[in-house]
Design a protein around this ligand. Structure first.
Ligand code: 13P
Length: 238
């Protein structure tokens, strides 16, 4: 059983989301399906039993005066179970800092939700990948409790939205490295997802990576027919 997490990013209009929710309402899968729409659409996704809800972000502090942000307490009250934290678009475009990511992880864990911590290197950092991943893990993980609840998403930044993916061998070895590192340093076993240009065309190849626990899917998740192919092909592997 794998996680198939759809990250809609800043996409879909009200009409499109209505159609989308209609289309996914009949999805059945042995995998764990998680949808992370824009926060403004959470109400369209309520009361569905075949999937869980995730947020693309959370504020780095508790509910209160912070215009435009969404608090963990608010997400929890809407039955949001998963929270994507530290996505590279937020790190790089919105200058989200390691300190903010650490706080977001802390609040999410304290509130019993499941964080999906995104880590990954830029193209020019490939040769020092492990150093980058280590820094991202350590700054987020240090002095936290309940780390066994964390899901890590390995998303090489150069693979996001580009149609390029690492080879299955590379993903196998990086995933193993991540799992070994957190086990040794933090004594936890964290599932690791792969994200970056996952599509209906490369899912069979990706499914040959035995030690990944699922996928974080951006662009392709906006098309339910393509998402269905990913779900079905991944089901065959279960
Ligand atoms: P794409 O699937 O569009 O490459 O995006 C990946 C991603 O960033 C998911 O969080």
């Amino acid at each position: 059983m794998k996680w198939i997490v759809s990250n809609h990013k800043m996409n879909l209009t009200k009409e499109q989301i209505e159609t989308y929710v209609n289309q996914i309402s009949s999805l059945k899968s042995m995998n764990k399906l998680v949808f992370c729409p824009s926060n403004i659409y959470f109400s369209y996704f309520q009361n569905q039993e075949n999937f869980q809800l995730g947020s693309q972000n959370v504020a780095d502090r508790n509910m209160g005066a912070l215009t435009g942000e969404v608090a963990v307490e608010q997400l929890k009250s809407l039955n949001v179970k998963y929270v994507i934290i530290g996505h590279s678009e937020r790190r790089n475009i919105l200058n989200e800092t390691e300190e903010m990511i650490h706080q977001k992880l802390k609040l999410t864990l304290e509130n019993g939700m499941i964080p999906i911590l995104c880590i990954g290197e830029k193209e020019e950092e490939i040769s020092e990948r492990e150093i980058i991943l280590k820094e991202e893990i350590d700054s987020a993980f240090s002095e936290q409790s309940n780390l066994d609840q964390v899901i890590i998403a390995y998303e090489p930044i150069w693979a996001i939205g580009t149609g390029r993916i690492p080879t299955p061998e590379e993903i196998t070895s990086i995933t193993k490295w991540i799992k070994d590192y957190v086990k040794e340093k933090y004594q936890v076993i964290c599932p690791v997802l792969y994200g970056g240009s996952v599509s209906e065309n490369n899912i069979e190849e990706l499914n040959t990576v035995l030690n990944i626990d699922g996928y974080l899917i951006g662009g392709t998740s906006l098309d339910v027919e393509k998402l269905k192919v990913i779900i079905e092909k991944t089901e065959e592997e279960v």
